[in-house]
Design a protein. Structure first.
Length: 101
């Protein structure tokens, strides 16, 4: 939906570009032509973005899994699988409020 071609590039994601640290003196990301392409390197950025999103949602709702599922629009088993896959751990001091019916 963001690209007419088969490849989604950074220029198609204005929210990523606006958050880029270029103004802080960081070099811009390498262009696709200069970056070696492997299946793993293509998947890791998306996986990391998903991990961060899930972690932020869980933090925002106080690790209430029912609320997190509603925000993420996923089922409880899917959330539990993502938590396990991403190695996310509830911060100490949180109760079991997500397990209430």
């Amino acid at each position: 939906m963001l690209s007419q071609g088969e490849v989604l590039e950074a220029r198609h994601l204005p929210m990523i570009q606006s958050a880029a640290p270029a103004a802080a003196g960081h070099a811009p990301p390498a262009s696709p032509a200069t970056t070696p392409r492997t299946a793993e390197s293509d998947l890791l950025p998306l996986r990391e973005m998903e991990r961060r999103h899930v972690e932020r949602v869980l933090t925002a709702v106080g690790w209430n899994k029912r609320k997190a599922c509603a925000v993420l629009e996923i089922s409880r088993p899917t959330l539990d699988r993502k938590i396990d896959d991403f190695g996310l751990v509830r911060p100490a001091g949180r109760g079991a409020e997500e397990d209430e019916p």
